[in-house]
Ligand binder design. Structure first.
Ligand SMILES: Nc1ncnc2c1ncn2[C@@H]1O[C@H](COP(=O)(O)OP(=O)(O)OP(=O)(O)O)[C@@H](O)[C@H]1O
Length: 337
C-alpha cells in the first residue's frame, strides 16, 4: 500500500499477566487498512482477534508496538486528535444485547453520542438524526423503532441498532467483532447485506472479525484478509485470492473445516492435521507454533525457528516449507561453506 493507510498496526504485541503465567495473546502483528477498505481477521477461537481489534480501536494499550491513524502514532496524538480518533473509529460488539443499555430506549441509545459530541442541537434534531441512522441500517419506519427498548427487538434488529449507533459520529472505520455470529443464519445474511451497503455508500472502512471463512469471503471480497494463529498472522493477502488459493497449511485446514454440504466433495475437504488440539498460549511450541499440527512439518527449521511473514507474489506467508525465508537459506549455505 503506497498511500498512508487509514489505520496501521505496527509490530503490536499483547501479553496478559495471569496467575497461570504470561499469556502472549498477540505477537508482533503488523496490519494496514485503507480508507473505505475492509480487512478481515480470521482464525480459531483464542487466536487473538479480539485483542488485536481492541488495540486497533484504542480500547487497550499494547505491551509492545503501536497503532497509527492517518499516519500518526496514536500515542503521540494531542488530546483533540485523540478525540477525533475515538469518534472516527467505532467498535461493534458480538453481543448487541450486552452493549445496549436495557433501560434506555433506542432513541436514547442513538441520541446519547449525538448529544455528547454536540451533533444534535435539540431533542427534535436528535430524533430526526436518530431516525436517519435507523434508516441507514434498514430499520424502517424509524418512528416505530425509536421509542422501543432493546428487549422489544429481535437479535438482528438489536445488532442493526448497535451498527446505527456506531454510525452516529460519522466514523471512518468500524471494527466489527463477530458482529453477526450470534444471529440466525437467515438474519445474518440480512445484516451482512446492510453492512456491505454501508461500506459502499458511506465509504467506511472495516476491520471485520470472524471465525467463519464463508462470512469473510462474503463480506471481505475486494479487501484483505489476515489469518491468525496463536497470536500471530500466518497469511495475509487479498481475501478472494487467499480463500480461493490458500498457501499456509493452517489456512488450508481452516478452509477444509468449512462444512461441505455436498457429500461427494466431503472427502477432499479433510484437513489433514497431525493433531486437532490447539496448544496453550502459556506453553507455546518451539519454532513454528503450528508445527505440532502441521501436515507439512519437517524436522529442522519448523521446530526450531519461528517463521516470519515472507512476501510471495500476491501475499505474505509465514511457513518454512511454503515460503522459505531467503535469509535462512543464505545462513544455511554460509554454514555449509
Ligand atoms: N484480559 C485478559 N486476561 C488474560 N487473558 C486474556 C485476556 N483477554 C484475552 N485473553 C486470552 O488471550 C487469548 C486471545 O484472546 P482473544 O479474545 O483475543 O481471542 P479471539 O481470537 O478473539 O477468540 P474468540 O473468538 O474466542 O473471542 C485467549 O487465550 C484469551 O483467553
Amino acid at each position: 500500500m503506497t498511500d498512508t493507510p487509514l489505520m496501521a498496526l505496527r509490530g503490536v504485541s499483547q501479553v496478559f499477566h495471569t496467575k497461570g503465567g504470561d499469556v502472549p495473546a498477540v505477537r508482533d502483528v503488523s496490519l494496514e487498512v485503507g480508507a473505505g477498505e475492509v480487512l478481515c481477521l480470521v482464525g480459531e477461537s483464542g487466536c487473538g482477534k479480539t485483542t488485536t481489534a481492541r488495540i486497533a480501536a484504542g480500547l487497550a494499550r499494547p505491551s509492545d508496538g503501536f497503532v497509527e491513524y492517518n499516519g500518526q502514532d496514536t500515542r503521540a496524538m494531542s488530546a483533540d486528535r485523540q478525540k477525533d480518533f475515538r469518534k472516527a473509529v467505532q467498535f461493534v460488539h458480538q453481543d448487541p444485547y450486552a452493549s445496549l443499555n436495557p433501560i434506555r430506549s433506542i432513541f436514547g441509545a442513538l441520541s446519547a453520542p449525538l448529544r455528547r459530541h454536540g451533533l444534535a442541537k435539540s431533542k427534535k434534531d436528535a430524533w430526526e438524526q436518530a431516525g436517519r441512522l435507523l434508516e441507514q441500517v434498514d430499520l424502517t419506519p424509524a418512528e416505530n423503532f425509536l421509542p422501543k427498548f432493546p428487549h422489544q427487538l429481535s437479535g438482528g434488529q438489536r445488532q442493526r441498532v448497535a451498527v446505527a449507533r456506531s454510525l452516529a459520529l460519522n466514523p471512518k472505520l468500524i471494527i466489527a467483532d463477530e458482529a453477526t455470529s450470534m444471529l440466525d443464519v437467515s438474519i445474518r445474511v440480512g445484516v451482512l447485506r446492510t453492512l456491505t451497503k454501508l461500506r459502499t455508500e458511506l465509504d467506511v472502512g472495516f476491520i471485520f472479525i470472524t471465525h467463519d471463512l464463508a462470512i469473510a469471503r462474503y463480506f471481505g471480497t475486494g479487501g484483505k484478509i489476515a489469518v491468525m494463529y496463536l497470536g500471530r498472522v500466518v497469511e495475509y493477502g487479498d481475501t478472494a485470492e487467499v480463500i480461493e488459493n490458500p498457501q499456509h497449511p493452517y489456512t488450508k485446514a481452516l478452509l477444509a473445516a468449512v462444512p461441505e454440504i455436498d457429500p461427494e466433495h466431503r472427502e477432499s475437504h479433510e484437513h489433514g492435521l497431525r493433531s486437532v488440539d490447539i496448544p496453550s498460549l502459556t506453553a507455546l511450541p518451539s519454532g513454528c507454533t503450528f508445527h505440532p499440527r502441521c501436515p507439512l512439518y519437517r524436522q529442522g527449521d519448523c521446530d526450531t525457528i519461528e517463521p516470519r511473514l515472507i512476501d510471495m507474489d500476491d501475499r505474505e506467508v509465514a511457513c518454512h516449507v511454503v515460503a522459505p525465508d531467503p535469509d535462512l537459506t543464505v545462513e544455511t549455505e554460509e554454514a555449509k561453506s
